[in-house]
Design a protein around this ligand. Sequence first.
Ligand code: TEU
Length: 560
Amino acid sequence: MNPKEWWKETVVYQIYPRSFKDSTGSGVGDLNGVTEKLDYLAELGAGVIWLSPVYESPNVDNGYDISDYLSIMKEFGTMADFDRLLSEAHRRNIKIVMDLVVNHTSDRHPWFIESRSSRDNPKRGWYIWRDGYKGPDGKTGVPNKLESVFSGPAWKYDEKTGQYYLHLFASAQPDLNWANLDVRNAVFDIMNWWLDKGIDGFRMDVIDAIHKPESAVAVSGKDAETCFGSPGVHGYLKEMRRKVLAGRDIMTVGECSSATVKTARLFAGSGGSELNMVFQFEHTWIDHDKQFGKWRPLPYKLSRLKEILSRWQTGLYKKGWNSLYWDNHDQPRAVSRFGDDSTEENRVRSAKMLAACLHMMQGTPYIYQGEELGMTNMPINSLDGLNDVEIFNAYRELVEEKKLLTRDEIMTGIKKLGRDNARTPMQWNTSANAGFTTGKPWMKVNPNYKTINAASQIHDPESVFSFYRRLIRLRREYPVIVYGDYKLLLPGDEKLFVYRRRHEGKTLFVLCNFSGEKAAAPAIPEFKKAEKSGKLLIANYNEDGPRGGIRPWETRVYLT
Ligand code: TEU
């Protein structure tokens, strides 16, 4: 079954508020800045905004470390500003989905402050505290060898009470103990509070990690099982559905790096007992090294990328629902990664090609702020000017402590795949600081803003922005884009990504050249038919192509 749902037919725009628009001159983006730009989003055609965290936070991880779930970060404004944003968005038929970060809190959250205050505090059991492991040498150390996603051990010793607490991310992000019913109910209360206010759903941060399997938290001194994707998570999500989500017409998307097609059918199955969709990660690891991950980028093969994305397309067809994304605040800029940002012509061409490739698939597409302009990675030469805790921790561990990578090696990784690439301020126009702020921006603006900015693209029919705008409109117009089946053609081709969608007698033919070289026209009947009798819905070259050849970074979408 593939029932119709509004969240299948819409396009989501992700806002990282810190870097979106500063309305006060503080150098930090804010809620009124978002409200100011709602018309821009309406013009683009976004149906939903996913707002990265705007709650009170000490910003060790830019809002992903929350110290009060029910109030707005002072730098971002007030609750009244939030209410105004929500009603102004709704007035334009734009929904707002909030980021829900409840795998962990900030270490400044009152719950954690209480929890760490003594071993018998009523909130002690709200987090995961363990004794150290006493080794054969008589020395006591971390309970087990579980590692943090942000480098180093996932356990931190707390002097006051002489125990360790678990943190899967930074040590300032202690993990909540979801096994405790009071914790779950407290989270569900928070969710209900926001939903009662009228927000339209949640993007759930690392939601696949909330259940900690026994061996992950056992005091053993040994390697530990991963917390990501532990089967127990499904019970918690079903409980969440019963206590919060059921009966509400909202949208939920879970960030699930552990998701396989099989588990996604549970998390985001069409039966609807857990979430509406998940973010899977497989394609984002395609250029990662086995040992060093993103810190040692590798070339990738198009055939592998196609295999991954196509497996998700067919695997969830009628069984669940996909999220479609290249970019977000944790990923480098797609055009720099999978396209070519070395010349202006190729940047524009390849940004459009990537957009078409993604937006013509089945699933709900996500656009990360600036992606619709073809914003690129930032020039990075040193750690100066960077902000990301993930980068700093990795540098310390891999270069300084363990000396596993040289400075130059890790800088290559940071440059290509580091998260700060996505976090530079949004490029609005050619005025100082790209029109992001009248003050000193919290993070440097990419110097290419004079060429790449919204003002120069909004009214230009040939711009990347206009291309995205058209893609969004096509999705509304043609049900085949939303509900059609999927078949990958030419799976082994290392330049062309070609696929076909079908629905109620209509066929969509999508052709993308993932290379800066010419390619031979696909020698397949589907292409010949599309070229001969199909309607060209969208393309990134104006003039009709030389018959028989596909041009660098070309994309064409035909309907027959
Ligand atoms: O991301 C979780 C996550 O999986 C990322 O940390 C990802 O694995 C990493 O960037 C890859 O190296 C979420 C948020 O999106 C991220 O911004 C937060 O830092 C993290 O959770 C902790 O809340």
